[in-house]
Ligand binder design. Structure first.
Ligand code: HPA
Length: 247
């Protein structure tokens, strides 16, 4: 069984058939919501809305540890993490789908490890390549089969939020090598690695990052919804195709 974590614009997976919900508790508290089990492309999947089903949990308030722990307890075969992002690179405009291959983490003050507290061993995970190459390839191969153009690789910069960035911050991120900017990629990805889960992000670009392209003067938040709605449908179709191949 694979897991899908839905971000903004994907609080409910309407393509999911035969659903049932299960409330889970973890040593780290409760996940963002009940886990929804159902079928996609004839495969059993579990879906979790990262921001809660009513989109009430801000990026810095998400209990990433509980979310990942719940998926670990379910022994999922892999995680497709859908995330909406701003495009830093000029060719990553609204509507672009990207399977990033690197991360720079600018977030802070988030509970980012399972290895802390009484009796926890000091543990360092390897995070040289933060995403599962297997899940990335599943997405890229499925996209190719669907005829959907998806960018292979890119550096995901994770900011703290919930505010959007300043133009200077985006300039700095670009100088650092960041291609995309979002608020929820970390510590989700590193916790997944700690938990031994195969995890990859499927990024949906919904706006030019602050100060770039048509966001030069401001990010028009009212425009994001439409792009998000249209692009998420394409992302879900690619995930569906990826799952269809796992038979
Ligand atoms: N910045 C950070 N997170 C985002 C953005 C952005 O421009 N767009 C969507 N999520």
């Amino acid at each position: 069984m694979y897991a899908i974590i839905g971000g903004s614009g994907l609080a409910k997976l309407s393509a999911l058939g035969n659903t049932r919900r299960q409330v889970m508790r973890t040593p780290y508290g409760e996940p963002s919501g009940a886990l929804t089990f159902g079928e996609l492309a004839g495969r059993e999947v579990v879906f979790l809305a990262r921001h809660g089903y009513g989109h009430t949990i801000a990026p810095h308030e998400i209990n990433y540890r509980a979310n990942i722990w719940a998926l670990k307890e379910l022994k999922v075969d892999g995680v497709f993490a859908v995330a909406s992002v701003g495009g830093v690179r000029a060719d990553f405009g609204p509507g672009t789908l990207v399977v990033p291959d690197q991360i720079i983490d600018y977030s802070h003050s988030r509970k980012g490890t399972f290895y802390e507290g009484d009796g926890a061993p000091v543990t360092h995970i390897d995070f040289t390549w933060p995403y599962s190459q297997r899940i990335r390839k599943m997405l890229l191969a499925a996209a190719a089969r669907c005829g959907e153009a998806v960018a292979d690789g890119g550096v995901y910069a994770c900011t703290q939020g919930p505010r959007l960035e300043t133009a200077a911050e985006i300039e700095r991120i670009a100088r650092d090598g960041g291609d995309l900017v979002g608020m929820t990629g970390m510590p989700e990805a590193s916790l997944a690695r700690e938990a031994g889960l195969d995890y990859a992000t499927f990024a949906v670009v919904v706006n030019h990052a602050a100060g770039r392209g048509d966001s030069r003067c401001a990010i028009r938040l009212e425009d994001l919804e439409t792009v998000l709605r249209e692009t998420i449908v394409r992302a879900v179709a690619v995930i569906e195709a990826a799952l269809g191949e796992t038979r």
